[in-house]
Design a binder for this molecule. Structure first.
Ligand SMILES: [Zn+2]
Length: 172
């Protein structure tokens, strides 16, 4: 369900909300409160070590529990995509990323506890020679180093990530 579905009253003045198309912004006739359901921003990295293998995590939580993903996550307000990505990678796999090379953006839908959030995923290439320091930390069951070309795309947690990985393989 789109988050708009759950705005049954104006969050500012409490007026019951009219039913509108779910993707429209929320607008209150009484107090003029206007709220856009913009996509959240997330960033992920294809982290390559010197032998060309990339780091994939096994997700410990839904959505995509048990599936593979590139490390990354949601960007906090006030963070740049690069800062948020470095923080997420530090929190998930204990790696400090140096240079990030932007690859491209892909829209995603993130279904969580009965609500489907629109997300824009930003993908980056990164390199590391500190692969021996990687650890499975927050929201990560395990990780593996795999050649990107040999990853089974059906094992990837998100459709945007499958598309990104397919295209990154051609470039990387
Ligand atoms: Zn209102």
């Amino acid at each position: 369900m789109h988050p708009r579905t759950f705005f049954q009253h104006c969050p500012r003045c409490g007026l019951p909300a009219p039913e509108v198309l779910p993707k429209a912004p929320f607008y209150c006739e009484r107090c003029s409160f206007l709220y856009y359901f913009n996509p959240a921003i997330a960033a992920a990295a294809l982290i390559l070590r010197e032998d060309g293998a990339a780091l994939f995590i096994r997700r410990s939580k839904d959505p995509g529990r048990g599936k593979l993903a590139m490390p990354g996550g949601f960007i906090d307000p006030g963070e740049s995509a690069e800062e948020g990505l470095r923080r997420e990678v530090r929190e998930e796999v204990n790696l400090e990323l140096d240079r990030l090379e932007y690859f491209g953006s892909f829209p995603n839908e993130y279904a969580y506890r009965g609500v489907t959030y629109q997300v824009l995923d930003l993908y980056f290439f990164a390199k590391t020679n500190l692969d021996h320091q990687a650890k499975a930390l927050d929201d990560v069951d395990a990780f593996e180093w795999v050649l990107p070309a040999s990853v089974d795309l059906n094992q990837i947690a998100f459709s945007s990530m499958r598309t990104a990985l397919e295209r990154m393989r051609k470039k990387g």
